[in-house]
Ligand binder design. Structure first.
Ligand code: BGC
Length: 743
């Protein structure tokens, strides 16, 4: 045979081989075509086999057809370490330490969608390297009360801010061939009684406040999966809530991905079957606790579902719809050949964590420009407080991590000090000395048996000799702090920290308080402390980011994504008695009814409209420079319904150092037929300005930014008349206003 004949024969064999690739395996074909082909080859049992977990974090594919399994991981701040097949205990792998990124509340405080894109890309790469298909996050439940133990995992109190910030995260993750699983859909705004709280909320509030970030995640972010929440709405668990899952998510928003249950969020086979649940995880059904045979066959969407299908009580169409969605999720992730490889613990990821942390720290107060500290002068610095040394990446619930490294604030401050030996440490208070989650241990020994009086006396004594005192306190990741499955008991700082701060303020006038938390805390001493920083849970690079800002290596540019109230009673949700929080228990069942009586007046909407002065307003954050806002102008005085309108405001850096300012655009309706918040955020832009530099910041909005949700008509309505646009540095700091008309 000559070589051309050999070549032709080889080509024919190759063509034949290609022709034999089944449609569902052929990645050149559209996903939906492949999904239909796969579905047509599957038995009923195989379809149902896709719809429930096979281990703590994985679910089946179709072995016979070569359709791969799905592997999930928490989320949302780093990649969770490997647990055993059917236990929460550690699997003991030695390749699963990760980079911890700042908590999502911190990300929101950066007010910078570019940081969100960087975050999504980086964590997506870590997930990909660890061969995960679904990242359980991000979370966008609205910050309704500062008691919610899980606010640190969410993006603040404003639906517009959360919507803008969630989208780039999702895209960044999914560019890696890893699905984001947006959680916890929806109305999961507290941890207390999270399995038994039935939320009562009017439709207008639901659509204006609690749903927009989820809608943006689905429609603008293109999220491939979403997690149903634990609680109830309209008397039905959210993991089988027909209205939220089928009518709104899959119907109104056209979501084509899979709904994954929160772990143990499914409670009933037929409700889950017809209520829009696609993939059940974490159920604690019979068999699972004792591990009899295969417990996962007992899941609601496993054998019991098959029985329902066989008896004709569940429809084949419904089964196909669920299987289609899960297949789509598998084809988009696990069954993709063209995915990048990802990376774990790369220098880029540490740099990303630090940058995001740097941009998220909020300088709340800086009287007499106490900060930044000049390291060149090698001052005597006293660092006080448990949070200066306590590891924060372990604990807090499912977001707990096993990190390759975590820089503590004390280490960060020492590393950047001119003379590290001049940075001393005093404990100040003893908070929670435990450091363990699901078998991951910090290994820190934080035990200290001294009395509070002894600890304060030591700190005060040392404070007298210091040029600066930096108190690092706040909350931590233990139960009833910033932690899943429990809420805080109050707004106050725990462990007697207020006493320590007061004593330090009396001993040294150069006191800086660094509050590490994911929630607002009461600061009754605020006026006596010249410098206050909100430093969040910043992950692996925490100490470096904090030191960056303290020493002025970074000019702070974070702004609060939620209001700091003076006291708990100033928070909207805490104004309507027990029925609005934590809910009232029914006499005959474990269910509590909780009524969101504050309606749309959540966060700054309440403070502004009801004129309740906050301690620090939503959107507040200082810089080491100052910014002047010029007059805001509109490109037109009148707009018609189909028009857009553009506002311009010049902003100047009037200080001596370069810095970034987040300019906020709020809109108010001058006269409305319904109660509308005094103003609402409808735009923001973070601009970097050199000293003396001026830039025009522009915002273009359409009618949607003027609308409220009319529940009776089930549509967004903008009433003609006068509106005002405000250029503001925070919700409490409007710099310039212009009026315009909707005709
Ligand atoms: C949490 C989820 C988490 C899941 C898996 C649940 O308890 O609410 O956010 O993704 O566990 O760990």
């Amino acid at each position: 045979m000559n070589k051309f004949v050999t070549l032709a024969a080889a080509m024919l064999t190759a063509v034949a081989a290609v022709a034999q690739v089944p449609v569902y395996m052929d990645e050149t074909r559209p996903i939906d075509e492949r999904v239909e082909d796969a579905l047509s080859r599957m038995t009923t049992a195989e379809k149902a086999g896709l719809l429930h977990a096979q281990s703590k974090f994985s679910s089946r594919g179709v072995q016979r057809l070569g359709i791969p399994e799905l592997w999930c991981t928490d989320g949302p701040h780093g990649i969770r370490p490997e647990v055993l097949w059917d236990e929460w205990d550690q699997a003991g792998w030695t390749n699963d330490s990760c980079v911890a990124f700042p908590a999502l509340a911190a990300l929101a405080a950066s007010w910078n969608p570019e940081m969100s894109a960087l975050y999504g890309k980086s964590i997506g790469e870590e997930a990909r390297y660890r061969e995960k298909d679904v990242l359980l996050g991000p979370g966008v439940n609205i910050y309704r009360t500062p008691l919610n133990g899980r606010n640190f995992e969410y993006m603040g109190e404003d639906p517009y801010l959360a919507s803008r910030m969630v989208v780039p995260y999702i895209k960044g993750v999914q560019d890696n061939g890893v699905a984001a699983c947006v959680k916890h859909y929806a109305l999961n705004n507290q941890e207390l009684n999270r399995h038994t709280t039935n939320v009562i909320v009017d439709d207008r509030t639901l659509y204006e406040i609690y749903l927009p970030a989820f809608k943006a995640a689905v429609q603008d972010g293109g999220a491939w999966s979403i997690m149903g929440a634990y609680n109830l709405y309209e008397d039905r668990h959210l993991c089988h809530n027909t209205r939220l899952l089928k009518d709104i998510l899959k119907g109104e928003w056209g979501f084509d991905g899979a709904v994954i249950s929160d772990w143990g969020g499914v409670h009933d086979t037929s409700e889950a079957a017809e209520g829009g649940m696609d993939l059940e995880y974490g159920s604690w059904t019979n068999g699972l606790s004792s591990g009899a045979s295969n417990a996962y066959d007992n899941y609601y969407l496993a054998d019991p579902y098959l029985a329902l299908l066989e008896s004709g009580k569940a429809s084949e169409d419904e089964l196909n719809d669920k299987a289609r969605r899960v297949l789509r999720l598998i084809f988009r992730t696990a069954m993709r050949r063209d995915k990048p490889f990802g990376a774990l613990c790369s220098e880029d990821h540490y740099a990303a964590a630090r940058r995001i942390g740097d941009e998220s720290i909020v300088l709340l107060r800086n009287e007499g420009s106490l900060l930044p500290i000049d390291p060149a002068k090698s001052p005597n610095i006293l660092v006080v407080g448990e949070n200066a040394v306590k590891m924060m990446t372990v604990g807090g619930g499912s977001s707990s991590l096993k990190v390759q490294r975590e820089i503590s604030p004390l280490d960060g401050i020492r590393a950047m000090a001119g003379d590290p030996s001049k940075v001393k440490y005093a404990r100040g208070y003893v908070g929670d000395v435990t450091g363990e989650y699901n078998g991951v241990v910090t290994g820190q020994d934080l035990k200290d048996d001294r009395t509070p009086a002894q600890l304060i006396a030591e700190a005060v004594d040392m404070a007298r000799d210091a040029d600066y005192v930096i108190f690092v306190g706040g909350l931590n990741k233990s139960a009833h702090q910033d932690c899943e499955d429990s809420d805080r008991a109050g707004l106050e700082l725990p462990y007697g920290q207020d006493d320590v701060i007061r004593a330090l303020a009396a001993a040294n006038k150069n006191l800086i308080v660094v509050n590490v938390s994911g929630n607002a805390v009461a600061m009754p001493w605020a006026k006596d402390v010249p410098a206050i920083m909100q430093a969040w849970f910043l992950g692996s690079e925490a100490g470096n980011s904090i030191a960056d800002v303290i020493y002025g290596r970074v000019n702070p540019s974070g702004k609060l994504p939620f209001t700091f109230p003076v006291k708990l009673g100033d928070v909207a949700a805490h104004n309507f008695g027990e029925k609005a929080y934590p809910g009232i228990k029914r006499a005959d069942s474990p269910i509590l009814d909780e009524s969101y009586d504050e309606g749309v007046l959540v966060g700054y909407r309440w403070h502004d409209t009801r004129k309740v002065k906050p301690l620090f307003a939503f959107g507040h954050g200082l810089s080491y420079t100052t910014f002047d806002y010029g007059k805001i102008t509109a490109d037109r005085k009148h707009m018609a319904a189909g028009d857009s309108i553009t506002f311009t405001v010049p902003v100047t850096n009037t200080g001596k150092v370069a810095g970034a300012e987040t300019v906020q655009l709020y809109i108010s309706d001058s006269k409305a037929s319904v109660l509308r918040p005094a103003k609402e955020l409808k735009g923001f832009a973070k601009v970097w300005l050199e000293p003396g530099e001026t830039r025009d910041v522009t915002f273009t909005i359409g009618k949607d930014a003027l609308s409220y949700f009319d529940a009776d008509r089930h549509e967004w309505v903008a009433e003609p008349g006068e509106f005002k646009a405000h250029a503001a540095a925070s919700a409490a700091d409007v710099r310039s206003t212009v009026a315009f008309h909707l005709d």
